[in-house]
Design a protein around this ligand. Structure first.
Ligand SMILES: C[S@@+](CC[C@H](N)C(=O)[O-])C[C@H]1O[C@@H](n2cnc3c(N)ncnc32)[C@H](O)[C@@H]1O
Length: 261
């Protein structure tokens, strides 16, 4: 049983339950509380202690919606979680219509609460690898696509997103995309550990990274760019801090190369 919530523009929640067409595949179902070893009600505070530059990264991802020229763009948030990225998207583009997809019903409760006052939000409990993707102007994702475990699945998703976007559409993902070289990736890992150690002991910080590595897959930035391009996108890195980055895929290939000054 999948659930979709819609919120009317007067801020009153119209809650409708409906059966989703796609079933959540067991192997893709992620319990965030179990994975991160936290209580869900502390997610928003704890994620900032886990991810360096989380706030800034979300802001930069949301700001990318300025590249969407149409009014009232439909923005699909893949792995919306508790809705932080969508809330930032609505600050960047108050006219946006948000469709949030997540397989974890507990996280959707958080998103529903956070976005209750928003103009138009639809939340769908589903697996974004299996669900039909709605036609839209933008896909956005923040630290959710690292749950995709194989190159094949990720490339297939990029292709499906490309096909679901309108011709002027964009795809934006914010996540951990390490460097290709082992010594660069190791340096970036040290920077991540240093961030964790602002909130945790050295041992706890190391345990966090080890525990997440069992489930999360961080492909190198260069690979991600190549896969976006192979799907048909023009790719840009919009922000980078150590291993973390915001990257965008532009369906519109009109972008001419900037001439050097
Ligand atoms: C670390 S949380 C990030 C949530 C939010 N985007 C943020 O920035 O705080 C990852 C989210 O992706 C969701 N997720 C992971 N794999 C998924 C899948 N295959 N389909 C739908 N949601 C998925 C999880 O349930 C979780 O809410």
């Amino acid at each position: 049983m999948a659930t979709s919530f819609s919120f009317a523009s007067n801020g009153k929640a119209i809650v409708e339950a409906r059966r989703a067409e796609s079933r959540i595949k067991e192997e893709h179902s992620v319990s965030v509380a179990g994975h991160l070893r936290i209580d869900l009600d502390e997610y928003d505070a704890r994620i900032r202690t886990f991810v360096p530059g989380y706030e800034e990264m979300i802001g930069r991802a949301a700001a990318a919606l300025r590249f969407v020229a149409v009014s009232s763009p439909t923005v699909v948030d893949l792995g919306i979680g508790t809705g932080a990225l969508s809330a930032a998207c609505l600050q960047s583009r108050p006219d946006a219509r948000i469709v949030g997809v997540d397989s974890d019903p507990g996280m959707l409760v958080g998103a529903r609460a956070r976005l209750a006052e928003a103009g138009h939000v639809e939340l769908i409990e589903s697996d974004f690898l299996a669900a039909a993707l709605p036609k839209c102007d933008a896909f956005v994702a923040c630290i959710s696509l690292h749950h995709i475990r194989t190159e094949e699945e990720k490339r297939a998703l990029y292709l499906r997103c490309f096909e679901a976007l309108v011709p002027s559409g964009i795809f934006v993902t914010a996540d951990c995309f390490p460097g290709e070289r082992a010594r660069v990736a190791e340096y970036q890992r040290e920077a991540w550990l240093a961030h964790l150690m602002q909130s945790y002991t050295a041992k706890e910080a190391e345990q966090h990274l080890e525990s997440w590595a069992g489930e999360d897959v961080y492909f190198p930035l260069a690979d991600e760019i190549a896969w976006l391009q192979a799907a048909g996108f023009g790719a840009e890195v919009l922000w980078r801090r150590d291993a973390f980055a915001v990257i965008a895929g532009f369906k519109d290939q009109e972008a001419a190369r900037t001439q050097p000054a």
